[in-house]
Design a protein. Structure first.
Length: 114
């Protein structure tokens, strides 16, 4: 069983930056593929970025060049650096872990507004 806890969300102005963190406990973190998803009000949850156990990254087109996902296996952490934020990035951001099973965090709110 893997537990995931996100942090780092908040209110930021357009063009600003935030860094989301996800702390994992339980399980063997290094074997899990990790991802960040988001869900805006009235919309489906969508993949933002993912990183495999070997460090291969994948990004949704709408964040390419602005967001960076990374992981620290020793600390059991995954991060999402978000730059050049736009109002349309406003959503609840969820951390996800996948291996034999799939796990979700409780989410952290990101609001981009002036």
């Amino acid at each position: 069983q893997v537990q995931l806890v996100e942090s780092g969300g908040g209110l930021v102005q357009p063009g600003g930056s935030l860094r989301l963190s996800c702390a994992a406990s339980g399980g063997i973190f290094s074997v899990h593929a990790m991802g960040w998803y988001r869900q805006a009000p009235g919309k489906q949850r969508e993949l933002v970025a993912s990183i495999t156990s070997s460090g291969i990254t994948n990004y949704a087109d709408f964040v390419k060049g602005r967001f960076t996902i990374s992981r620290d296996n020793a600390k059991k952490m995954v991060y999402l650096q978000m730059n050049s934020l736009k109002s349309e990035d406003t959503a609840v951001y969820y951390c996800n872990a996948k291996w034999l099973n799939e796990y979700w965090g409780q989410g952290t709110q990101v609001t981009v507004s002036s």
